[in-house]
Design a protein around this ligand. Structure first.
Ligand SMILES: Cc1cc2nc3c(=O)[nH]c(=O)nc-3n(C[C@H](O)[C@H](O)[C@H](O)COP(=O)(O)O)c2cc1C
Length: 223
């Protein structure tokens, strides 16, 4: 698979088969992804990988936490700015509605949407999750470095025939995750990522999120 194929075939997969991810495969991906660039080569990413029995324990714990505290815990960062504005607000709304349409869950069925949201914490059935954290003292440039690392992981996962879903939903439970992963106090959880093999029959996996046209986000000069 070349880079273009990896980029075009990557999409967020939200239903997985239970096919395990071999330990050597995830180690290969995470090691190779460390070739991602970072400002000053500080490599600010920290990754916790959870699979097997510990992941079963985490999923059970999160089923309980999501049921008793559906709105989440005390947040450590805002996922979006408040009152997201145009055109970002419409894009966010559209992908959500497109996803729920695939799932056959109407807007007014809040309970079904809540149940679906809780699927995040079951890794959508994936057999492996990783969690990305960073030193709290790092700023926006280093958080961008995390994005470069994580995208590299997602592309290399494609080359191994694996699928992924990055998940900020995990940041709604920073205290539970912090305790479970035994993160040091100075570390803040950015996101989780489910990794595994897509369930090809799941309607939600047919979703391809739209993208803005090139002209909407670019300006060219001299070319
Ligand atoms: C940092 C980050 C966090 C995300 N968090 C979630 C999440 O919690 N749950 C989810 O279902 N999708 C999540 N997504 C997936 C986005 O919704 C998805 O990337 C976007 O809609 C574009 O779709 P695509 O990845 O299929 O191309 C996240 C993506 C990123 C990059």
């Amino acid at each position: 698979m070349d880079v273009s194929q990896a980029v075009s075939s990557r999409h967020s997969v939200r239903a997985y088969l239970d096919t395990p991810v071999p330990g050597e495969t995830i180690r290969r991906v995470l090691a190779a992804a460390a070739r991602a660039p970072s400002g000053g080569n500080v490599q600010p990413w920290h990754i916790d990988v959870v699979a097997g029995e510990p992941l079963a324990r985490l999923k059970a714990l999160m089923a309980q936490r999501a049921a008793e505290t559906p709105a989440g815990e005390t947040l450590e960062y805002d996922i979006y700015p408040s009152n997201l504005w145009s055109p970002y607000r419409e894009r966010r709304f559209k992908v959500g509605e497109d996803m729920y349409a695939r799932l056959g869950i109407p807007r007014e069925n809040k309970e079904a949407r809540r149940r679906w949201m809780a699927q995040n914490y079951q890794c959508f059935g994936a057999p492996l999750a990783l969690f990305c954290s960073i030193d709290r003292r790092m700023g926006a440039p280093q958080w961008c470095d995390l994005g470069m690392y994580l995208q590299t992981v997602m592309l290399l996962a494609r080359a191994e025939g694996l699928d992924t879903c990055p998940q900020e939903a995990w940041s709604l439970y920073p205290q539970t995750l912090g305790r479970f992963l035994e993160l040091p106090q100075e570390r803040i959880l950015f996101c989780g990522m489910s990794i595994g093999t897509a369930d090809p029959g799941a309607p939600v996996n047919a979703l391809r999120a739209e993208r803005a046209a090139l002209e909407e986000f670019t300006r060219f000069r001299g070319i």
